[in-house]
Every structure is written in structure tokens, then in C-alpha cells.
Design a protein around this ligand. Structure first.
Ligand code: NOJ
Length: 755
């Protein structure tokens, strides 16, 4: 009898479970999808496959065939009225850029209560690195090499966005970028497929949480599928030519990682990939994404990327563009209304099978069910004021901003500065600026939320310290007469100069490619003038991409890379400058010496003629070293770390076996600090040539002075696998090296044989 109680209890709980379950079980979802589908007209199906943006004026298709009176009525409607009309007719699957719980609820109510089938709308928005509390740009977040923090940042962004009615974010951007001229390098995790994959998974986990239907989760979107970051010459939207091997080894893994993490949606990209635009590319959208990876969510096009099949020269007109898009595997059409307008005729003519439409609608409805929109279509309007910019969110943003900062150089220990200085000259167009701390995609971030760096520096110093500020020159364009001279005068009168230079927030992000990635405007001249005063200069950089700062690296003693660090960025920078926080970030992307070296990345091949100083006929330049200015994985600290005892569980393993790797890292300096322990491999001889180094594992650790820690990693067969000459992913027997260190350059090496 004693034992029977728990069994009975369990039985009773199992019976009662459906009463408590928040979401219907998956088999119910499928049944409900089929029930809806069976009742939907073609118009309603295409409505689900359509997304518009707030402010657009969609055409109501009935009007196109209606009377003159209908047309006149339509003409006089506002954009909002048109959306309400569409929602009422069950023809608005999704809306983007509609912000605010009350506004969202109003439209949602029409869809849920007044349309025939009551299918809720999914509201989307670009929440890229924070919603109201702005976190560092994604490239900066990757510099933290801390997926736990990145996950938390996405969670905060989701909570804030969801409180304003957003169900779906167009993030993470998991494009690999190896050309810093491309402004969108700021939105991703840099050059490396492994680091980007880890960050992709962290972001998806953060946005979606363990339960997508939770009111504080948002559906994530892996974008821009695929190869968008390989835009020729770094010019945004440009053509991409990516061989199958590079596609599979460099550009696809981060998308696959997002699928493995359960990402709800994908976004097809703008770029032409090997002659087939990615929004009309059946090979990538169906063969790889659906057939190989078994992705169950839905694909949305990028903004009018279906329409853009016309200028690509891939479709002659809107109808053909719509047909190419839907047959390739794009389920939802963003912003151009082509599916709604053109697919009815194509379906009736038999050019687009109804089965294709039905499958897309299923995928969209499935995510709506999983998001819990049928159960909870509305947003609690009392939530936002409690959630937006909450103190705990600012604390998380500060923690992340600190960890993203990379100390590029610190000669003569110029940093950290002493708080007892008697005078400091703060110079530069970004020192007294709140807005640009947020970068380019700052959602609902507000200028007034961000304290400029100047103020945070002031707070650190004693009241008797004389702190001056001079702009020196604007971010871009000519300086006013006497501006640089005034900054020099202030520098001469100070003990130390803090120069805050870099880019405007909107000089990175979409449509923000630069052919020169030098400091813009007259900032280089300003920096040289400050240096000429012979005062110690600390250079703080705010930027969304690697800049070409060879001169600064040669002349300025301390350089702090702060990216665009977000709402709490100024405080984080001040903490680093005055040593209240010891920086430990590492570069997620290579810094070139000049644009001529681009593309430059650590995982290059050896070539048949590796660069040699003594042999002219080797792979190098006549005018610049072949090495980068700062390599991938580089970043200094106010303390020092020593690596020793790199050990492999065995010097020889069989194919299919795991390998344990351990290395001891010791803090040999006088301050506690973080180190990112990085593990790379090299496959020396293979049936297809392999990179000199490939990142396979990493761990950010914290050590107090004198502390030594053995850090262990497991490398799995997948870590050693690659696409062989026949393009089959496999591990080949042979000699490997395993490297451990604090950067992609140097480090300890151990030899491994795979049999
Ligand atoms: C275009 C951008 O490429 C994409 O990243 C973004 O999500 C959409 N516009 C929607 O705003």
C-alpha cells in the first residue's frame, strides 16, 4: 500500500496534465493546423505568407477587382486602416515595426475576434543587441567569448521586446564576415565559423528560452541565409561567389548550429550566390535546410528580396519572382506583397502547386502555435514600464560591456590610469556623445539613456583633478578652424590625454560599407597632433568593424577597443581605464594593417609558397608584412598569463574517438583577471588542403594573482572532421597539431596522430 501511493499520484497527475499544460501537445498542434488549413481559402493562406511593415500601404486584393467606388474608398484609407481591413479578412500573417502593446493588441484583436478563422498575427522587429537597454553590438559581444553572457543579453532583449508586443526578432545574424569594409560585420560574431556557431546557439537560447510560448520569449531568426557576408569587395548587397567547400565549411555551420538549437525561423538573404540569388535558391533553402538539416520552422525573405529577383536578372516580373521565391522555399514574403498579389493566378494556372502553399502555411502556423499565440494572443499592457531599462537589465548590460572590451596595446603600462591624476584632457568627437555608443541597430534605445564617456571619466577622478574636454574635430568631414589646435593646447596642459575616436554608429550596419577603414575625417590628424605633445595618450576606439590603425599601433602606448558598447558602455570604458575592471576580451576578427590585406583571417591556408623573408617568390606583399596588425583571438590584460603543460589524453587516437586536452594557465601578474583559453588544431596532410589553424574550443576563466588552473577540453570526432576530396565529411588518418594559447598566434603545440 505504501508503494501504491506514489504510483496512484503519478497516474492522477498524468490524467490531470492536459488541464495544467500551457501549450497543446505537438500532435494536437498538427491536428489544429490541419483543421485550420482545411478551412482556409487561397487568399487566407497567402495572407499567412505575407508580412508588411508598419506604415506601408498594402493593396487589398479585392479592391483590384472591385468597383470604382471600392477603389476610391481604399485610396482614402490610412495605412493602419488598410492593415485593419486585411486583418479582418484573415490576410495579414505578420507585421513588422509595429511597436507598443496597446497598438499591437488592437490589431491582434481584429485578427483574432473578427476574422473567419481567428488566426493571430505574429509581430516582428529587429531586436539586434537589445531593445531599450542596449547591449554592445554583436561583434563586441563575440569579443567577450562568453556565451553565457551573450545568452543573458538575448534574454533581456527578448523580455523587453515582448513587453511591447513583439513576438519575433530578426536576430541572430550569423553571417561570417572576413571583409571589414562590409558594414554589417558589426552585426555578426566575426570571421570564425566555430565562434559564430557558439554565439548563434547562445543567442537562440536567450531569445527563445526553454519555452517559446512564454510571454517573455521571442522567436529567433537566423539570418541572412546564406553567404551574405562574402559580398565581393565588401560592398553591401553585392554578389557572392562561394565554392561548395567554403560554403559548407565556413558559411553554413553557424546556420546549422542555429537549427540544432531549435531556431524558429530563417531569413533568406539579398545576395546572389554563385548565380542563384539566395531568396530564390532551392539548393540552399530546400535541399540543405529542409532535406539535410530537417529544419521545421519557416523562412521569411529579407526586405523585398523576392522583388529583387527582378534586378538580379533572375525573374522577369513580379509573378515570376514570386514563383521562384515560393518554389525555392521562402515561406513568408517580407514587405513587397508579391505572394499576395501574384500567387493566386500562379496557383490557378498550376504553376505553383497548392501543396507548396499548404506546406508553407503549415510551417508558419506551427510557429504561431509554438509561440503560444493562439492561447495568448495579447500582450499585458502594464508590463513594459516595469521591464524596460530595468536596473537588473542595466547591470547585465554593464557586465557584458566590460567583457567585450579588448585591450589591444598597453606599452609601459600606461593603463590603468590613476584616479589621483591632477589633470586629464579628454579629446575626440565620441567622448561627449551618448547616441553613438549604441551603434547602428538600437531598436528602442534612446540617446538620453546613455551617459557619455566624458561624464563617467569625471566620476572616477577626485574633484580637484582638472578635466578638460575638446572635440578636436567632428567624426567625419573638416574640423572647424582652431579645433585641433584647441585640443592640442588642452593636451599640453594635462598629465594624460584620453582620445575617444572612431566611427559614427551608422557608419556600420546595413548599407554602410567603407572603401577606407581608416579613422574617418580628420581624426588621424588629430591623433598625430596629440601624440606630438609627448603626453601619454590613451586611445579609446568606438567602431563597428576593425579599423586600419597601423600608425596608432606604432605610436600610441595604449589602445582600448570598445566597439559600440551600448547603454552602459561609458561606465564600462571608465572602469577599464581606471582599472576598476581588468579587460579580458579577445578579438573575434582580424585587424588588417591596411585595406590591401583584406580579406585577411587567421584560418588561412599555408599555400605552396608560404611567406618567407629570405625568398622573394613566396606568398607575400612587397609593401606590407603578410601578418595582421592584431590577430584573431588577441587581447591583453592588466595581468599576465602563462601557459604550461599542454597534455593530450593520448598522442595517438583512432578515428571516431574523443580526445581530452588539458592545459595549465597561471596568472603571473599582480591583478586578478580573465583569460580566454583558446584551442586550435591543424590537420597537416589531407585529401583537401586544410587551414593553418582552426578554432575548436575555448573557455573564459578568471584567475587571481598566482592562481594556476588546469583547463580541460574534449575534442570529438566532429572537431577533426572536414569535407574530403569527394565532399564527404570525414576524419582522415594522419598527423595533427593541437595548439593552446591566448591568441590564434603562438601558443603551445602538441602532436597528435589519428589512425
Ligand atoms: C533588411 C535587413 O537586411 C534585415 O537584416 C532586417 O532584418 C530586415 N531589413 C527587416 O528590417
Amino acid at each position: 500500500m505504501k508503494k501504491a501511493f506514489p504510483v496512484l499520484l503519478l497516474f492522477a497527475l498524468l490524467l490531470a496534465a492536459p488541464l495544467f499544460a500551457a501549450d497543446p501537445p505537438p500532435q494536437d498542434i498538427e491536428a489544429r493546423i490541419e483543421a485550420l488549413l482545411g478551412n482556409m481559402s487561397l487568399e487566407e493562406k497567402l495572407g499567412q505568407m505575407t508580412q508588411y511593415s508598419e506604415g506601408q500601404s498594402p493593396i487589398e486584393t479585392e479592391v483590384m477587382t472591385g468597383s470604382e467606388k471600392d477603389r476610391q474608398l481604399h485610396k482614402n484609407k490610412t495605412s493602419r486602416e488598410r492593415f485593419i481591413a486585411l486583418a479582418r479578412r484573415g490576410m495579414l500573417g505578420s507585421l513588422l515595426n509595429c511597436i507598443g502593446a496597446a497598438k499591437v493588441n488592437e490589431l491582434q484583436k481584429v485578427a483574432v475576434k473578427e476574422s473567419k478563422l481567428g488566426i493571430p498575427i505574429i509581430f516582428g522587429y529587429d531586436v539586434i543587441h537589445g531593445y531599450r537597454t542596449i547591449f554592445p553590438i554583436p561583434l563586441g559581444q563575440a569579443a567577450s567569448w562568453n556565451p553565457g553572457l551573450v545568452e543573458k543579453g538575448a534574454q533581456v532583449a527578448a523580455r523587453e521586446a515582448a513587453s511591447e508586443g513583439i513576438h519575433w526578432t530578426f536576430s541572430p545574424m550569423v553571417d561570417i564576415a572576413r571583409d571589414p569594409r562590409w558594414g554589417r560585420i558589426a552585426e555578426g560574431s566575426g570571421e570564425d565559423p566555430f565562434l559564430t556557431s557558439v554565439m548563434a546557439r547562445a543567442q537562440v537560447r536567450g531569445y527563445q528560452g526553454s519555452d517559446l510560448s512564454s510571454p517573455s520569449s521571442v522567436a529567433a531568426c537566423a539570418k541572412h541565409y546564406v553567404g551574405y557576408g562574402a559580398a565581393i569587395a565588401g560592398r553591401d548587397y553585392n554578389t557572392t561567389e562561394i565554392p561548395e567547400r567554403s560554403l559548407r565549411e565556413i558559411y553554413l555551420p553557424s546556420f546549422k548550429a542555429a537549427v540544432l538549437e531549435g531556431v524558429a525561423t530563417f531569413m533568406s538573404a539579398f545576395n546572389d550566390l554563385n548565380g542563384v540569388p539566395t531568396s530564390g535558391n532551392r539548393y540552399t533553402l530546400t535541399t540543405i535546410l529542409r532535406d539535410e538539416w530537417k529544419f521545421k520552422g519557416f523562412v521569411v525573405s529579407d526586405w523585398e528580396s523576392i522583388l529583387q529577383l527582378i534586378p538580379h536578372g533572375f525573374a522577369a516580373n513580379r509573378a515570376q519572382a514570386g514563383m521562384e521565391g515560393v518554389l525555392a522555399g521562402v515561406d513568408m514574403d517580407m514587405a513587397d506583397g508579391i505572394y499576395q498579389e501574384c500567387l493566386p493566378a500562379l496557383v490557378n494556372e498550376g504553376k505553383v502547386p497548392m501543396a507548396v502553399i499548404d506546406e508553407s502555411v503549415r510551417r508558419i502556423l506551427r510557429i504561431k502555435f509554438q509561440k503560444g499565440l493562439f492561447e495568448n494572443p495579447y500582450t499585458d499592457i502594464t508590463l513594459a514600464p516595469k521591464v524596460l531599462l530595468a536596473e537588473s537589465h542595466k547591470t547585465d548590460a554593464l557586465a557584458m560591456a566590460r567583457e567585450t572590451i579588448v585591450l589591444l596595446k598597453n606599452e609601459g603600462k600606461t593603463l590603468p590610469l590613476k584616479t589621483t591624476l591632477s589633470s586629464v584632457a579628454v579629446v575626440g568627437p565620441l567622448a561627449n556623445d551618448g547616441r553613438n555608443l549604441m551603434g547602428s541597430w538600437y531598436a528602442q534605445g534612446r540617446d538620453g539613456d546613455n551617459v557619455p564617456i566624458l561624464f563617467e571619466l569625471r566620476k572616477k577622478l577626485s574633484p580637484s583633478c582638472k578635466l578638460t574636454y575638446s572635440q578636436g574635430c567632428p567624426i567625419e568631414g573638416p574640423a572647424k578652424a582652431g579645433e585641433i589646435e584647441a585640443a592640442v593646447k588642452a593636451a599640453k596642459a594635462a598629465d594624460v590625454v584620453v582620445a575617444v575616436l572612431g566611427e559614427r554608429g551608422d557608419m556600420c550596419g546595413e548599407a554602410a560599407s567603407r572603401s577606407s577603414i581608416d579613422l574617418p575625417g580628420r581624426q588621424q590628424e588629430l591623433l598625430e597632433a596629440l601624440h606630438a605633445t609627448e603626453k601619454p595618450v590613451v586611445l579609446v576606439l568606438l567602431n563597428g568593424r576593425p579599423l586600419t590603425i597601423q600608425w596608432a599601433a606604432d605610436h600610441i602606448p595604449s589602445i582600448v577597443e570598445a566597439w559600440f558598447p551600448g547603454t552602459m558602455g561609458a561606465r564600462a570604458i571608465a572602469d577599464v581605464i581606471f582599472g576598476d575592471y581588468n579587460p579580458g576580451g579577445k578579438l573575434p576578427v582580424t585587424f588588417p594593417r591596411n585595406v590591401g590585406q583584406i580579406p585577411i583571417y587567421y584560418s588561412a591556408k599555408n599555400t605552396g609558397r608560404p611567406a618567407s623573408a629570405s625568398d622573394k617568390f613566396t606568398s607575400k606583399y612587397l609593401d606590407v608584412p603578410v601578418t595582421p596588425l592584431y590577430p584573431f583571438g588577441h587581447g591583453l590584460s592588466y595581468t599576465t598569463f602563462e601557459y604550461s603543460g599542454l597534455e593530450l589524453s593520448s598522442a595517438s587516437i583512432k578515428r571516431g574517438e574523443d580526445l581530452q586536452v588539458s592545459v595549465t594557465v597561471k596568472n603571473t601578474g599582480a591583478r586578478e583577471g580573465d583569460e580566454v583559453v583558446q584551442l586550435y588544431i591543424r590537420d597537416h596532410v589531407a585529401s583537401a588542403t586544410r587551414p593553418l589553424k582552426e578554432l575548436k574550443a575555448f573557455s573564459r576563466i578568471h584567475l587571481v594573482p598566482g592562481e594556476a588552473r588546469k583547463v580541460s577540453f574534449t575534442l570529438t570526432p566532429d572537431s577533426f572532421a572536414f569535407y574530403n576530396r569527394e565532399m564527404v565529411r570525414t576524419v582522415e588518418a594522419g598527423a595533427f597539431s593541437v595548439f593552446a594559447g591566448g591568441s590564434s598566434q603562438g601558443g603551445l603545440e602538441a602532436k597528435l596522430e589519428i589512425e
